[in-house]
Design a protein around this ligand. Structure first.
Ligand code: LLP
Length: 385
């Protein structure tokens, strides 16, 4: 089964470009809303790093999600899109002074703090600005996730978060800091996770940590479990909306939330992944010795995931119903890793055919680059075509 696209409207647009199906985005947001509503104190933030296209941010903001930022630029983008400051959280292992000041000026909901060194600087800058910083400590829970090695973040030896063994010491120090207010704890174990058992393992670890906190009379109001829910890259048409029901239910069932606590989520890929498609045109079909190459006008500068993580994206020739043929689908960049897929079957391709690279809404446009002096791909939402 192939996706349906307004091909006649694509004719006048310069390729490559991202096409976002906002009807699907809204349906996804509505499912999130419906599932979250079942639990009183669950709050979802959208991880802006997945896609900061202003048109999408606007929709996501309208749907009532908060924003999870990892840079000053993302805080600006979130504010511009209309996310209220009290719904913005800010994480990252290397926050610059100007970024911390920006967060303080805006009065964001909280900083997710990743080290004692960072905490000391936030204390100093908040004191200079005569304000108090709300913080969650990002704890490295040492929970492995069954996903690609480059995108797991929750294991012990990792640049992210504060090691479990250092946690109590950092909390004690934070309590003594005059311009720091500890609101809670933050976790994130990785991305593209489809095994609910991984999230369950995180819940169990947090339950242990909660007991430890109570033994020390430390009050935690916010627990932020990060993001990570994956999407079905193999079946973007059949499974266009991730299983949010199972995801939130997993936390509701396994995490022992205290009556006064709020549970925060930071979902990126699961929100925008399936609504985005990279649309390219076939430039040439090149006959190799043993292979055929479909050379398209999009490259790793537009979508780097296959080159960087060997990530799979379903590829369709949406201009043709001709019999299937086998191709390596490659881009024009001067790098041998500029390959979208090897030996895949698509409808026989000819110059000018539109090629759809699916499930590219998350970490696609956001990770595009100017390498080879290429232009950044534009993003269009369905209703503006
Ligand atoms: N919260 C934190 C602290 C994170 O580090 C991330 C993603 C998220 C939330 C959102 O995770 P999501 O729900 O999207 O899985 N570029 C890679 C993914 C990198 C993810 C980085 N952190 C890719 O293309 O697969």
């Amino acid at each position: 089964m192939k996706g349906t696209f307004p091909i006649d409207k694509f004719q006048s647009i310069e390729t490559p470009f991202y096409y976002y199906d906002t009807e699907l985005l809204w349906r996804t947001l509505n499912v999130i809303h419906k599932e979250v509503e079942r639990y009183e104190r669950f709050e979802v933030h959208y991880a802006i790093k997945a896609n900061a296209n202003p048109k999408l941010l606007n929709i996501i903001c309208q749907a009532g999600l908060g924003a999870d930022c990892v840079s000053g630029g993302e805080i600006e983008a979130a504010s511009k899109a209309g996310f209220p400051a009290n719904k913005i959280v800010y994480a990252g292992v290397g926050k610059s002074d100007w970024e911390i000041r920006l967060g303080l000026e805006k009065g964001i909901f909280c900083f997710n703090v990743e080290s004692l060194a960072e905490l000391e600087i936030i204390q100093q800058l908040a004191a200079e600005m005569n304000t108090k910083a709300n913080i969650c400590l990002r704890i490295n829970p040492n929970v492995g996730a069954h996903t690609h090695a480059n995108i797991t973040t929750g294991l012990a030896e990792n640049k992210f978060g504060i090691a479990l063994g250092d946690m109590m010491d950092v909390i004690e120090k934070a309590h003594l800091m005059s311009h720091i207010h500890i609101m809670g704890l933050h976790f994130h174990i990785g991305s593209q996770i489809l095994d609910m058992g991984d999230f369950e393992a995180l819940c169990n670890r947090i339950n242990d940590i909660q007991k430890q906190m109570e033994q020390h009379n430390i009050r935690i109001d916010v627990i932020n479990v990060g993001g990570g829910l994956g999407i079905d890259y193999a079946h973007p048409n059949r499974v266009s909306i991730p299983d949010f029901k199972a995801y939130f239910e997993c936390y509701a069932r396994h995490l022992k939330l205290r009556p006064y606590q709020h549970l925060h989520f930071e979902l990126g890929r699961a929100v925008v992944g399936q609504c985005g498609t990279l649309i390219a045109r076939t430039l040439y079909v090149k006959q190799g010795t043993h292979k055929q190459f479909a050379i398209v006008d999009a490259g790793m500068t537009d979508l780097i995931r296959p080159a960087l993580y060997q990530a799979y994206h379903k590829i369709e020739n949406i201009s043709s119903e001709a019999p299937l043929a086998t191709y390596d689908v490659v881009g024009p960049i001067c790098e041998s890793s500029d390959v979208f897929a090897k030996s895949i079957d698509i409808n026989s391709a000819h110059r000018g055919d539109f090629i759809a690279i699916r499930s590219a809404g998350a970490y696609g446009e956001a990770m595009a680059s100017h390498y080879n002096c290429r232009q950044l791909p534009k993003g269009y939402i369905s209703e503006e075509l």
